[in-house]
Design a protein around this ligand. Structure first.
Ligand SMILES: Nc1ncnc2c1ncn2[C@@H]1O[C@H](COP(=O)(O)OP(=O)(O)O)[C@@H](O)[C@H]1O
Ligand SMILES: [Mg+2]
Length: 160
């Protein structure tokens, strides 16, 4: 699926549609250059899932992962940019996260191919201009296909 954002509010709309479809155990891989909007999309997603403005949602580039909770949902937002290889990834608990119930959102997972398993929602973000972004969303397995179909329905629905 393709989605064109002309500004950050469009990116927020995409995040709201994803939030309506996503849940425990889902895995999202965010790809795109520095400044593409991976952290920004995640911030809008985490907000749309119910994490309030009193909780700062920041880039996990230096912390490797930030953890959030809303209701019964645990959200792990990770960034593998500074990670060397798969061996190092094993040390951060990625396998436990994948086996657990959290929603896992990972920036730069494409640096270590295959690291997120075989059923994930890949979102590639391309920088068009100052505020314009092109999103390419691709599901790689049954759970992510269902998630993507549901999110697409929400996007096409009446404007919120
Ligand atoms: N349509 C848009 N979608 C997402 N971010 C946007 C958009 N337009 C402008 N931006 C800005 O682009 C920057 C994206 O930065 P960030 O989300 O940290 O990127 P990344 O995590 O991919 O390195 C932010 O400053 C954000 O406000
Ligand atoms: Mg980022």
């Amino acid at each position: 699926m393709q989605f064109t954002a002309t500004d950050e509010d469009d990116t927020r709309r995409l995040a709201v549609a994803l939030a309506a479809a996503i849940g425990p155990g889902d895995v999202v891989a965010l790809e795109g250059d520095l400044g593409a909007g991976k952290t920004t999309l995640t911030r809008h997603l985490v907000r749309a899932l119910g994490v309030g403005p009193e909780v700062p949602i920041t880039s996990p580039t230096f912390t490797l992962a930030n953890h959030y909770r809303t209701g019964d949902l645990e959200i792990i937002h990770a960034d593998l940019y500074r990670l060397g290889d798969a061996a190092e990834a094993a040390g951060i608990g990625l396998e436990e996260w994948l086996a657990g119930d959290a929603l896992l959102v990972v920036e730069w997972a494409d640096r270590i191919p295959g690291i997120l398993g075989d059923d994930l929602l890949r979102i590639r973000i391309e920088h068009r201009d100052e505020h314009g972004r092109e999103f390419t969303l691709e599901a790689t397995g049954p759970a992510s296909r269902e998630l993507l179909a549901l999110a697409a329905e929400h996007l096409e629905g009446p404007p919120a």
